[in-house]
Write a protein that binds this ligand. Sequence first.
Ligand SMILES: [Zn+2]
Length: 82
Amino acid sequence: MSQKEMRLIPKPTGDAIVLEPEAGKLALEGQGGDTYRCGGCKTRLLDNVSHMDVFHGEPFDAVKCPKCGKFNQIIDDGHHHH
Ligand SMILES: [Zn+2]
């Protein structure tokens, strides 16, 4: 179980897939143990997700925080490349 902060990024352009949860809603919720929070306002955006959910589920490039409107990108821990 861990809490991770996402990295703020500029507004994605082109065909980037951006999750835009409604205010008070999570962008993604699963059965894992990780929580990802907005890098700007610390709002939880992904809750109880697993590595599989985040990196091998429905693909997305960024998450727009419904509270502060900033775009967040998940930072891959790095030790799990294929
Ligand atoms: Zn935010």
